[in-house]
Design a protein around this ligand. Structure first.
Ligand SMILES: *Cc1c(COP(=O)(O)O)cnc(C)c1O
Length: 394
């Protein structure tokens, strides 16, 4: 066969966007290890150990903690379609793209959805939910902890209390949160939660860690209708992940190696140190951007360390800066989505990507591009401000 297709040769990038993030070198190597069967004793042991590490990361004892074989959106779908039966009432908190996606998923699953909204960049307080809880009497309340479209960091604990007082279950999107900021499933009483591998876990996209507590599982086991999705039915997945080991689907073996290694990397560093590193690099970046007069899009006090959504300065060409960053410096950052299209840059400092070297590289490249576009600022000020923040922490 003589199809003339180019040799596979992906360019080397620095991925500082909203995901995927740069893969840890140990994780990339893990993917290339020998494939075993999905029922091989070696693989079954690896599943058990992955579950142990996932529980530690989610800070939960939930038995039903595992990874769905698909991306973060499948984690969203898996949690929603298992908890919701057609006709059930669900509240979804929407302050960005991913809350809106959860509404769509819930409606397709047959939920009667009540949307509670906040402006993009802001977070919800318990007061925002009180009336809707009283009126909709929902079975489930869905909320996004780290809204990747706005950079807003949603506090969960107080809302969880209120949701439980109303008798509902709490479903949390932790796709971008997990591995970057503390996520306390048991302490906060989260009933179901999902994440993804390509944000702060620094794995390729392809798996969605999820966890269901006993209350969520009891609700699923007492459903009157079958779960609408065969592939995502947790009662069937439980037979594969549990001691029965009933074949369900062929697990993506080598991606499971990647996740395993990524979880080892995080636990070797230690969760507290990992979260502190994300915070320090965020603070250094923020100091640098502030020195250039660049402002954050999310509410002060609720800005995510791993996703820095900032306003494109007046007179600067959004697409040209992003294009030049990619083509001349090999740096990928994200554009604004939806309401923030053309107005916001999203700079990710996720997992392995959250490093001083990346912060300083990005700021110096940005200064050069801003200078070329005639934007007025104090040259070198961003580097000075960022390095000052690093010096303080030594
Ligand atoms: C990325 C993301 C998703 C979707 O995950 P995919 O892996 O792209 O399917 C869902 N929610 C949030 C908050 C995200 O950042």
């Amino acid at each position: 066969m003589t199809l003339s297709t180019p040799t596979l040769n992906p360019p080397i990038r620095t991925l500082l966007g909203p995901g995927p993030s740069d893969i840890h070198p140990r994780v990339l190597q893990a993917i290339g290890k020998n494939t075993v069967g999905h029922l091989d004793p070696y693989y079954l042991q690896l599943m058990d150990n992955s579950q142990k590490m996932l529980r530690a990361l989610f800070r939960t004892e939930n038995r039903m903690t595992f990874s769905v074989s698909a991306t973060g959106s499948a984690g969203m779908e898996a949690t929603v379609v298992n908890l919701i039966e057609p006709g059930d009432s669900m509240i979804v908190c929407v302050n960005g793209v991913f809350g809106a996606r959860m509404c769509d998923v819930a409606e397709r699953a047959g939920a009667k959805v009540t949307k509670v909204e906040r402006p993009w960049g802001e977070v919800f307080t318990p007061d925002d939910l009180k009336d809707a809880l009283a009126q909709a009497k929902p079975k489930v309340v869905g909320i996004v902890m780290a809204e990747t479209s706005t950079g807003a960091w949603q506090p969960i604990e107080e809302i969880s209390q209120l949701v439980h007082d109303s008798g509902a279950m709490l479903l949390v999107d932790a796709v971008t949160a997990l591995g970057g900021v503390p996520v306390e499933v048991d302490k906060w009483g989260i009933d179901a939660i999902y994440s993804g591998t390509q944000k702060c876990l620094s794995c390729p996209p392809g798996l969605a860690p999820v966890s269901f507590n006993d209350r969520a599982m009891a609700s699923i086991l007492s459903r009157k209708t079958k779960v609408q999705s065969w592939y995502l039915d947790v009662t069937m997945l439980a037979s594969y992940w549990g001691s029965d080991r009933v074949y369900h689907h062929t697990a993506p073996i080598n991606m499971s190696y990647a996740l395993y290694e990524a979880l080892q990397v995080i636990h070797e560093e230690g969760l507290d140190r990992c979260f502190a590193r994300h915070m320090l690099n965020h603070q250094a970046l923020k100091a640098g951007l502030s020195a250039l007069g660049i402002e954050y899009a999310a509410q002060e006090g609720h800005q995510l360390p791993m996703l820095n959504a900032v306003r494109v300065p007046e007179g600067v060409d959004d697409a040209r800066v992003r294009g030049d960053l990619l083509n001349r410096f090999g740096i990928e950052i994200g554009s604004g989505l939806g309401a923030f299209k053309g107005k916001v840059w999203r700079i990710g400092l996720m997992g392995y990507g959250s490093r001083a070297a990346n912060v300083l590289l990005f700021l110096s490249a940005l200064e050069q591009l801003l200078a070329e576009q005639g934007y007025k600022f104090d040259h070198g000020a961003s580097i000075a401000a960022a390095t000052a923040r690093y010096s303080e922490s030594r």
